[in-house]
Design a binder for this molecule. Structure first.
Ligand code: NZQ
Ligand code: ZN
Length: 388
C-alpha cells in the first residue's frame, strides 16, 4: 500500500431537521455577518429559503442568489465583492455542488485583492491566504463537495472549466436527505451517475490498496441499488439517505487515500461542460462506458473481471468475458437511469470542437502520463467520437 496523509475536519450533521435546532448556533459561533449563497429557484419553490431565513433571524444576512449549475466565475466575483463590502464572517451555501463549490472559492476570495480566477488557475495562492468558514445545507446528492476541498468553476468566455482545491473543506455540513425529495428524476440520475463515476475514477487505479477497493465496491453496490429507487420514488427516505451518504463517502478523500493515477473521465467531461454547458453527471454517464471499452485490455482485464464479480455479481472462469459483461452492465444501468446516453442526445451533433477539447483534457488531466490507461489526444477524440 502506498503512503498517504489524510485529514478532513468537516463536521457532519446527518439526518432530518438538524438545521432547525443547530444552524443558528453553528453560524453565530463564527460571527454575525452571514453571506447566504444559493442557486436558482429550487430553494424558494421547496420552502427551504423561507425556512433558512427564519432560522437566521438576529444575524446580518447578505444574499448572493443565482449561482448557476457549472458555476461561473462571475458569481464568484460577485460573492467576493459582497464578502468584502459586508465584512462577512461565514459563508452559508444552500444548494447542490455548484453552490458549495462557488462558496468555497468566495470564502478564499474574501481575502484576495485580485481576480478570483487567479485562485482557480493557481490553487497554491489559496494556501497563502485565509479562508472564511463555509457552512452548507446540501440539497442534492452528487459531488461530495460537502466534505471535500475541491471546487469546479467555469469561465465561459475562454471557454474553460477548471477544478481547483483549497486549504479547507466545509466547516459544517448539514445532510438532510428529505431536502433532496424535490430533486427531479433527471437530476437524481445525474447525481447517481456522478457518484458512480467518482468511485470508478478511484477504483480503476494501479494501487493495491485493498481497503479502498473493498470500500468502493460496497459504495458502488449501494448506488446501483438505491439510485433507481430514488429516481422512481423521490420521497423514499432510505434511497435518498443512502445516495446522500454514498455521495459524501465517495469523494471525501477516504476511498481515494493512496491512489496512484489521475482521473480520466472527469477531465474529458469537464471539456464537454466547458464547451456545451451540459449537466456534469449526464456527461459522465455518456462517457463512462465508452472510456471502459477503450480501457479494457490484457493488463486491465483482471480488475475489470473483479469489478464484474464483486460489483455486478457476475460469475464465470473467462476473465475477458466477465470484463466485457461488466461494461455492458454498467452501460445498461446508466441507461436505465439516464435517457440521454449519447452526445447528440444532449445536443452535441458535430465533432468540430473535439480536437481542442481532447487537447485541453489530456493536458489538464495529465492523461497521457498519469491515467490508469494512458490517453493521448487521438484516444480522447476517439472516446468523444464513440459517444456520438
Ligand atoms: O439552481 P437551483 O435552482 O438550486 O437548481 C439546481 C440546479 O438546477 C437543482 N437542484 C439542486 N437541489 C435541488 C434542485 N432542484 C430541486 N430540488 C433540490 N433539492 O439541480 C440543478 C443542478 O445543481 P448543481 O448544484 O449544479 O448539481 P451538482 O450537485 O451535481 O453539482 C454539479 C457541479 O459540481 C461540479 C460539477 O463539475 C458541476 O459544476 N463537481 C464538483 C466536485 C467537487 N467539488 O468535488 C466534483 C465533481 O466531480 C464535479 O466536477
Ligand atoms: Zn463528478
Amino acid at each position: 500500500m502506498l503512503d498517504f496523509t489524510f485529514k478532513n475536519a468537516t463536521d457532519i450533521r446527518f439526518g432530518k431537521d438538524h438545521i432547525d435546532h443547530e444552524l443558528y448556533d453553528v453560524l453565530a459561533d463564527f460571527g454575525q455577518n452571514v453571506l447566504l449563497v444559493y442557486g436558482g429557484k429550487s430553494i424558494k419553490k421547496s420552502g427551504l429559503y423561507e425556512r433558512v431565513l427564519g432560522l437566521l433571524k438576529g444575524l446580518n444576512v447578505t444574499e448572493l442568489a443565482g449561482v448557476e449549475p457549472n458555476p461561473k466565475i462571475a458569481s464568484v466575483r460577485a460573492g467576493q465583492q459582497l464578502a468584502k463590502e459586508h465584512q462577512i464572517d461565514v459563508v452559508l451555501a444552500v444548494g447542490g455542488g455548484s453552490v458549495i463549490d462557488a462558496a468555497k472559492v468566495i470564502a478564499s476570495a474574501a481575502y484576495y485583492d485580485g481576480d478570483p480566477w487567479d485562485l482557480v488557475l493557481h490553487p497554491s495562492l489559496r494556501f497563502d491566504i485565509d479562508q472564511l468558514p463555509v457552512v452548507d445545507i446540501l440539497t442534492l446528492a452528487a459531488t461530495g463537495s460537502e466534505m471535500n476541498f475541491g471546487s469546479v468553476i467555469s469561465n465561459p468566455d475562454i471557454p474553460q472549466k477548471k477544478g481547483t482545491g483549497g486549504p479547507n473543506s466545509p466547516a459544517v455540513s448539514f445532510l438532510d436527505p428529505t431536502l433532496t425529495y424535490t430533486v427531479p428524476a433527471r437530476q437524481t440520475a445525474a447525481g447517481a451517475s456522478d457518484i458512480f463515476s467518482h468511485l470508478c475514477e478511484q477504483y480503476f487505479d494501479n494501487n493495491n490498496n485493498e481497503v479502498s477497493k473493498c470500500m468502493i465496491e460496497g459504495l458502488m453496490r449501494t448506488v446501483i441499488k438505491w439510485g433507481p429507487v430514488a429516481v422512481k420514488e423521490p420521497e423514499n427516505y432510505e434511497a435518498r439517505a443512502n445516495l446522500m451518504w454514498a455521495a459524501t463517502m465517495a469523494l471525501n478523500g477516504i476511498v481515494g487515500a493512496g491512489t496512484l493515477n489521475s482521473w480520466t473521465v472527469h477531465p474529458l467531461e469537464h471539456e464537454l461542460s466547458a464547451y456545451y454547458d451540459i449537466t456534469h453527471g449526464i456527461g459522465l454517464a455518456i462517457l463512462t462506458p465508452r472510456w471502459m471499452e477503450f480501457a479494457l485490455n490484457s493488463n486491465t482485464k483482471p480488475l475489470f473481471a473483479r469489478f464484474a464479480r464483486s460489483v455486478w455479481d457476475q460469475y464465470g472462469y473467462d476473465d475477458m468475458e466477465l470484463a466485457e459483461n461488466s461494461i455492458r452492465r454498467t452501460h445498461d444501468w446508466l441507461k436505465s437511469l439516464n435517457p440521454e446516453m449519447t452526445l447528440p442526445d444532449v445536443g452535441i451533433t458535430d465533432d468540430s470542437n473535439f480536437a481542442a477539447m481532447a487537447k485541453a483534457a489530456v493536458k489538464s488531466g495529465r492523461l497521457a502520463t498519469n491515467a490508469y490507461v494512458p490517453v493521448t489526444e487521438r484516444d480522447a477524440i476517439r472516446i468523444y467520437q464513440d459517444s456520438m
